[in-house]
Design a binder for this molecule. Structure first.
Ligand code: ZN
Length: 512
């Protein structure tokens, strides 16, 4: 049963708003106080529709969304967004049967457009509903995430607090509610200008509670909005009759790090690891998340240390909220396949399935697809590299092996990590072993005392090349000594295979 969380003390509408120019009063648009504004399609001149069905692998995907003449870049972005959602759905959802994505205009004016996609999934375990709303700035031809309505990360953090209060007041104890773009992907306004935040079914509460939403009154939300957010609010609260847009401009490259709640690989570190004076190390944890990974996250937070988690399929399904927390706390979530096979032995199609499924799982949980993978046992070849390239994944090996799977002894593990650490080191551990969790406080404290910055692999390496493989990120290492296809590095990494060969027996064990 759907649970409504209408809690706003919305100001009664006078039915009319005055437009910016003040020449003529603009009408209040349609919509309920607890839902995003709905724009009547006939107010937009020559409104079009993109509509298609896809049937791939027994999964029926229906796509339909409105297109506004003059906003072609928006339609193009929406097209890649729905395709990515469809890909992730097909790859990651067990028992996927059908996905229906229907778009409707939620704001339409000369400055700003918005399309809200309502999502309906039919899986073997039932039906799930959700939504996702995208905004468009006609002046810059920029398609904006919902969180770009907020004034930076600070605005989103504040909104997150208000939303949590609203949900709690209504008797919902939200789980893993973090200020990330993946959760705040459907934010908009009702016709009175109050902020409406929508969550997918099962996203922050049990699926039995339905798709939740929270309404934050205009006066509370207004100080948290960006300039764009204020323009969006104005547009969503009035009807522009016979809307005709000027010709579309060319979108400028936005820089994803500026999007509130996107904490992915582009997010800047506090330190520039390419500076030869810097002392960066990357702690990496494979095969998880495990039952004790939250403890590990507590330790990392204590020292403001960031890490990279190469997650594996079944543990991800078992500890989904831990994956969300890893991401929300600024760690990197990366791909370590679904079933942890030696990828050199399974054929290209299986490699693709193994990697695409984890990409989909992580993307659906965090809002961000991984850009890094680690082949189990460090075993790779040209086929693995080319599929990785196709999926936008760089291959990350390691140059310090703690052998923590073999020596289940916290002080031995800590000792190896600390002795092996050097600027640019990528240190291999597994967060499914209790002894490793126990070793981490000593490692993090020791590295901190030695003046190391603990960063994610993407922060260590800077921008990585999909399909390329990396052993470490030593800042002084000349980057031009590898062959055009990166073959030198690949040869190097083969030497490492011995050490994790026995990982094959251990890697799939349950966490302690
Ligand atoms: Zn592994």
């Amino acid at each position: 049963m759907a649970l409504a969380t209408l809690l706003c003390a919305c100001s009664p509408s006078d039915g009319e708003n005055t437009g910016g120019g003040g020449e003529q009063p603009l009408k209040r648009p349609e919509g309920e106080p607890d839902a995003l504004t709905q724009v009547a399609p006939d107010t937009v001149s020559d409104l079009g529709e993109e509509k298609r069905s896809e049937d791939e692998g027994g999964v029926d995907v229906e796509i339909a969304y409105p297109t506004v003449p003059g906003a072609e870049p928006f339609a193009e972005e929406l097209d890649s967004i729905v395709e990515e959602k469809a890909d992730d759905y097909r790859a990651a959802v067990s028992g996927a049967e059908a996905l229906d994505m229907k778009g409707a205009l939620s704001a339409a004016g000369p400055d700003v457009l918005a399309v809200r996609l309502s999502l309906e999934e039919k899986n073997s375990d039932g039906e799930h509903t959700g939504s996702s709303t995208y905004w468009y700035d006609t002046a810059t031809a920029h398609t904006a995430y919902s969180t770009e309505l907020l004034d930076g990360q600070k605005g989103l953090d504040e909104l997150n607090k208000l939303v949590e209060e609203r949900l709690e007041e209504d008797g919902v104890e939200p789980e893993a509610l973090y200020p990330i773009a993946g959760l705040y992907d459907s934010v908009g306004f009702n016709p009175d200008g109050d902020v409406v935040v929508e969550f997918d079914q099962g996203q922050v509460a049990p699926a039995s509670e339905g798709a939740l939403h929270a309404v934050v009154p205009r006066e509370d939300a207004e100080p948290l909005l960006s300039d764009f957010g204020r323009r969006a609010q104005e547009t969503a609260t009035q009807v522009t009759p016979d809307l005709v847009l000027d010709e579309a401009g060319t979108p400028k490259d936005g820089g994803a790090a500026e999007v509130p709640g996107r904490l992915g690989p582009e997010a800047p570190a506090d330190v520039d690891c390419s500076d030869p004076e810097s002392k960066c190390v990357a702690l990496t944890f494979d095969d998880g998340p495990g039952g004790r990974t939250p403890e590990l996250l507590d330790t990392l937070a204590e020292y403001d240390a960031k890490a990279t988690f190469f997650v594996t399929g079944e543990p991800v399904r078992e500890h989904l909220r831990t994956v969300r927390r890893e991401y929300a706390e600024g760690h990197e979530v990366a791909n370590h396949t679904v079933t942890h096979p030696d990828l050199t032995t399974v054929g290209e199609d299986r490699v693709r399935d193994e990697l695409a499924e984890v990409n989909g799982l992580v993307s659906r949980e965090t809002g961000e697809r991984p850009v890094l993978m680690r082949p189990p046992y460090g075993a790779t070849n040209d086929d693995v590299a080319s599929v990785s390239a196709e999926l936008g994944l760089a291959e990350i090996i390691w140059n310090v092996d703690t052998n923590d799977w073999k020596d289940r002894n916290a002080s031995i593990v800590a000792d190896r990590a600390l002795k092996g650490a050097a600027p640019g080191a990528i240190i291999l551990m597994h967060d499914i072993h209790g002894t490793t969790i126990d070793a981490v406080p000593e490692i993090v404290k020791g590295l901190d005392e030695k003046g190391y910055s603990m960063v994610t692999v993407s922060q260590l390496l800077g921008e990585t090349e999909p399909g390329e493989s990396y052993l470490d990120g030593a800042p002084d290492e000349p980057e031009d000594d590898k062959g055009e296809d990166g073959s030198d590095k690949k040869d190097e990494k083969k030497d490492d295979k011995g050490s994790d060969e026995s990982d094959k027996d251990e890697g799939k064990k349950d966490e302690d």
